[in-house]
Design a protein around this ligand. Structure first.
Ligand code: AMP
Length: 361
């Protein structure tokens, strides 16, 4: 395995805040970044160049790829054909398989079920003809989610009783969907791991995640997850990463349901650095962004141990206007994404509040 030398160029598909933080980490290790995106975004502030082009303009994407040494992606809805066009010219890491599985909820659930990974009951709903069988298989209450392009709770509708599935299908625009059993969880957690090109895997501590309005608000370490269940969560995520032949950081979201034969159910995974891992930037010697860059460049992985307790709070919409106060707060590490308009629901930045380590891993 040949490590990519400093001075090499990393291509990033997508120009959002994750790309921006990847570019910052890459710069720290002496790499340059080029960005390809269909819309301008905050990653461009830190990139050597930005190519604005459609993701189905394969000729433009190929030209972009030729100006890089390795390519990664910062959002999971990059069309597989676009990634395949890059792969013909340059390595794409974490890889196409992870992209293909993660961007279709039904494929994702079927893949996880095939690995024997515990997940909520689910069924495919492509048209009203599927309603009866889906409700019979899953039961109610349940949640209908579009197969594709759902994020931050978008493209979802809950049903309290079987009869409500028709209205739920209307609410999600009659798009192909999966019906999933509503899980009565104690809390939501996520496993963040980094896997190198040689298969070496390192885990960050497992944060507890709180959402509001379908959007992640806080991620906190340590979580209340008992050690034996933490080990189980790591086993599940590690098995998934191995099965995908994954290279880089992956975020694996789980529901913690408590004691019982299956204490954890996998909800979904993101084949990229993850919002619930932003705390690692300040509470670990090597955060998720740097470790992703290390992994895709074939470098040795960095330490994932946590040196502090931490709560990450997303700054959403108008929250960002509190920056002067946050910048003056002791123990608070402020990260702003350089977005101009603070629209409601838009992730504008985050703040990591550190505290002395209360307990080890
Ligand atoms: P998702 O887009 O699948 O991550 O869903 C967004 C949020 O909706 C999750 O973080 C949960 O809070 C909630 N949610 C999603 N699926 C379920 C489920 N099967 N049972 C209970 N809550 C869910």
């Amino acid at each position: 395995m040949q490590a990519l030398p400093p001075g090499s160029t990393i291509g990033i598909l997508g120009a959002g805040q994750l790309g921006r933080m990847l570019a910052a980490a890459a710069a720290q290790l002496g790499f340059k970044c080029r960005v390809y995106s269909d819309v301008p975004g905050p990653a461009s502030d830190l990139a050597l160049s930005t190519t604005i082009g459609a993701f189905d303009d394969l000729a433009k994407i190929a030209k972009f790829a030729q100006e890089t040494d390795v390519v990664t992606y910062e959002f999971e809805n990059v069309p597989v054909e676009a990634a395949a066009a890059v792969e013909r010219l340059r390595p794409v890491r974490p890889g196409l398989k992870a992209l293909e599985v993660a961007q279709d909820r039904y494929k994702e659930k079927s893949f996880l079920a095939g690995l024997g990974i515990p997940i909520p009951r689910f069924a495919l709903v492509e048209s009203p003809a599927d309603f009866a069988a889906a409700v019979a298989a899953v039961g109610a209450p349940a949640i209908l989610k579009t197969r594709r392009l759902g994020y931050d709770g978008k493209g979802q509708a809950r049903i309290g009783a079987a009869s409500e599935i028709e209205a739920a299908f209307e609410a999600i625009g009659r798009a192909p969907a999966t019906l999933e059993a509503l899980v009565n969880f104690k809390c939501e957690v996520s496993v963040l791991l980094v896997r190198g090109m040689d298969g070496e895997t390192r885990f960050y501590d497992i944060p507890e995640n709180h959402h509001a309005g379908g959007i992640l608000r806080t991620s906190t370490v340590p979580s209340a997850l008992p050690p034996e269940h933490q080990a189980r969560a790591r086993d599940i995520a590690g098995k998934l990463a191995d099965a995908l032949g994954y290279v880089g950081v992956i975020g694996v979201e789980m529901f913690y349901v408590g004691d019982g034969p299956e204490p954890l159910l996998l909800n979904e995974f993101a084949p990229r650095v993850h919002n619930s891992g932003h705390w690692t930037m300040d509470a670990c010697a090597v955060g998720q962004f740097e470790n992703h860059i290390r992994a895709i460049a074939g470098w040795p992985l960095g330490p994932t141990e946590r040196h502090s307790d931490c709560r990450m709070t997303n700054l959403i919409g108008e929250d960002v206007h509190a920056w002067p106060k946050l910048a003056a707060e002791p123990g608070a590490c402020l990260h702003l994404y350089g977005k101009h308009q603070a629209r409601p629901g838009r992730k504008m930045g985050h703040v990591n509040r550190l505290a002395p380590l209360s307990k080890g891993r």
